[in-house]
Design a protein around this ligand. Structure first.
Ligand SMILES: Cc1ncc(C[n+]2csc(CCOP(=O)(O)OP(=O)(O)O)c2C)c(N)n1
Length: 639
């Protein structure tokens, strides 16, 4: 007798409580449906695909076994949370992922009770989980806390700081190491090799072996002192894994796609263990979707795609991306200077360092997700006369601020900081916006801080940074493609602290720092047409400022508008400080400083975000009219 096909199980699950009513034996069917749903949704929205596909079974198993949201579940980075969102009351909005007004692409506290901790940046989950576990103990609840962290995220120092602390506190924390042997790119470093050895050296541990081990571990009583003694004795005899040495009870590896492994092990941990536990789960990134499994990057992040073929939608670019221009320009300079080295923190493709690595593998260093280390490592190289280009996204450089201050800037070491993803980044939202780098770098004595206005300027800045050996130097540029300007054969060495006038006028001065220059030029046409003759200048440097240029703009114009893709406290603030110090504000000059708004701006298309922030050409024009107390005169409308 053939059995009838089962009605879709996913339709019966709005919340994890519904999932807990379904039989264990039906979990594989639910996993298939969840996977299909996720693939379909991401094919429409784009986003992080591979990571979520890899944790479908794990996510189901955790919600089935633990009493979420009372038990706390934290996903490291949060980019693998789409199956979790579907299972926690957000299936009806899953096709709004990463869209304006839609669901965030990461876990987000305001979005759901099931998102107990927001993320976007990596390697925070064990620390946050430890805080929650300690809170549970202080509050006398027996709530469980589960942190799911990938092998890539496990390469960051913060994860070890947390493990170290958790072991010492003997906290009731469950860490699930989701080992798919992938970061965004293949993982690097000794830790990744260690995990691979662990995963290959031991066979998968199923329920039976785990049960035996657990009984041996716990004995008949669950007395903490005794279990600790047993644990220590066991570690002493067997040598113990690194996690055991840190005070964790270490289980695994187990097969992260097998409910027969996952469910009993998680139930055992839930019911029997009182101290820190690390469950090593082996999964496959992109699992269950052929094109993702076959792709080198396992479809870590994708555009919209065709579900049948896996082909991703690609807009035909009009100009090369800033990232590509950076990578190619660095290669060009490095061919002429063998002291140039390239550093990336687990983002070779995202930063363009992959291009450099192809030609100069021995001069390329992928340090793992370890921005702090990347910066001090670069400082060490610079102290020996090398020219390190430490290529990070603006948002991830935040993590290494003390290293920038203490190890680089105070010592005046010539580390080069190419800063990608400056300004709004679009779908990744506020955790990934490149808002603060100008503010936090331009305040440091001796730092040279540049922003590229277009891709040709970026090429000049790569060459300038290569040539500049007096101290630290940074240059920022946005995500996406350039404006399509004519590219020079090779970059020029820019004069440090000198901006340029792009267009001369007499009444209004627009002083741009970064790629808002294009919008300023459009605004200037509009203003000229309205009878307000406009000068447009590209500052190039936020530090040192071009004092002569600013004096000229201030003295020869009635209005001066500064504009940048950065938060308050950056370029505009430095110009205002200078104007005030020189007394240039005392004679009726109207000055306005356009910066990113002082709120966390949610995801949307970058052009929409800039328009809302008043940082597009229309925003510039209306700022000028408002400063002059005039109503905007419509121009360019055929009469
Ligand atoms: C501090 C920080 N640096 C870089 C990134 C960019 N990033 C996002 S996911 C990822 C790889 C994470 O690998 P892993 O933890 O193994 O998760 P997987 O995607 O393999 O599931 C990286 C480098 C980040 N989110 N945070």
């Amino acid at each position: 007798m053939t059995s009838l096909p089962k009605t879709p199980l996913l339709d019966q699950v709005n919340l994890p409580a519904d999932l807990r009513k379904i039989d264990d034996g039906d979990m594989p069917q639910l996993a298939r449906e969840l996977r299909d749903e996720m693939i379909d949704a991401v094919s429409l929205t784009g986003g992080h695909l591979g990571a979520g596909l890899g944790v479908v079974e794990l996510t189901i198993a955790i919600h089935k076994v633990f009493n979420t949201p009372e038990d706390r579940l934290i996903f490291d980075v949060g980019h693998q949370c789409y199956p979790h969102k579907i299972l926690t009351g957000r299936r009806d909005r899953i096709r709004t992922l990463r869209q304006e007004g839609g669901l965030s692409g990461f876990t987000k506290r305001g979005e759901s009770d099931y998102d107990r901790f927001g993320a976007g940046h990596s390697s925070t989950s064990i620390s946050a989980g430890l805080g929650m576990a300690v809170a549970a103990e202080l509050g006398n609840t027996d709530r469980k806390v589960i942190a799911v962290i990938g092998d890539g995220a496990m390469s960051a120092g913060m994860a070890y700081e947390a493990l170290n602390n958790a072991g010492a506190l003997d906290a009731r924390l469950i860490v699930i190491l989701n080992d798919n042997d992938m970061s965004i790119a293949p993982p690097t470093g000794a830790m990744s090799a260690y995990l691979a050895r662990l995963a290959s050296g031991r066979t998968y541990m199923g329920f039976r072996e785990f049960g035996k081990k657990l009984t041996a571990y716990l004995g008949k009583t669950v007395d903490r002192a005794i279990t600790r003694a047993v644990e220590h004795a066991r570690g002493y005899v067997t040598g113990g894994t690194m996690f055991e040495e840190l005070g964790f009870y270490h289980i695994g590896p187990i097969d992260g796609h097998s409910f027969e492994h996952l469910l009993p092990v998680l139930r055992n941990v839930r019911d029997n263990i009182n101290g820190p536990v690390l469950i090593h789960v082996v999964t496959q990134k992109g699992k269950g979707y052929g094109p993702a499994e076959a792709a080198i990057d396992k479809y870590h992040g994708v555009n919209k795609f065709d579900v049948i073929t896996g082909a991703q939608a690609k807009a035909k670019p009009n100009a090369p991306s800033y990232t590509a221009v950076f990578g190619e320009s660095l290669v060009q300079e490095a061919r002429l200077d063998d002291r140039i080295v390239g550093i990336t923190a687990a983002m070779p493709g995202g930063t363009g360092i992959d291009k450099f690595a192809e030609i100069f593998p021995a001069r390329t260093f992928d340090v793992g997700i370890a921005e702090q280390h990347a910066v001090t490592f670069a400082a060490g190289l610079a102290s020996e006369g090398y020219k390190p280009f430490c290529a990070l996204y603006s948002t991830f450089l935040q993590r290494a601020y003390d290293q920038v201050v203490h190890d680089v800037a105070i010592q005046g070491l010539p580390v080069r900081f190419p800063i990608d993803r400056a300004g709004f980044v679009g779908a990744d939202g506020p955790t990934h916006a490149g808002s603060f780098d100008t503010t936090f770098l331009a305040t440091l004595p001796g730092f040279v801080v540049m922003a590229a206005a277009d891709e040709a300027e970026l090429k000049h800045m790569v060459r300038t940074a290569a040539a500049y050996d007096e101290g630290p130097i940074s240059f920022r540029y946005p995500r996406g493609e350039g404006v399509g300007v004519q590219m020079p054969e090779r970059g020029e060495i820019l004069q440090i602290g000198k901006g340029r006038i792009v267009k001369e006028g007499t009444k209004v001065a627009l002083l741009s720092f970064g790629t808002r220059l294009a919008d300023c030029l459009v605004a200037a046409e509009d203003l000229d047409a309205a009878g307000l003759s406009t000068t447009v200048a590209d500052a190039r440097f936020a530090k040192p400022l071009d004092h002569d240029l600013i004096r000229r703009l201030a003295r020869d114009h009635a209005v001066l508008v500064m504009i940048e893709e950065g938060a308050i406290g950056g370029f505009g603030s430095h110009v205002l400080q200078f104007l005030a110090t020189e007394g240039l504000l005392d004679h009726g000059l109207k000055v306005r400083s356009l910066v990113l708004p002082d709120i966390w701006v949610e995801q949307a298309k970058p052009e929409v975000m800039y328009a809302k922030a008043g940082l597009d050409s229309a925003g510039v024009v209306s700022t000028v009219f408002a400063a002059l107390g005039q109503k905007r005169i419509e121009v360019g409308v055929a009469g």
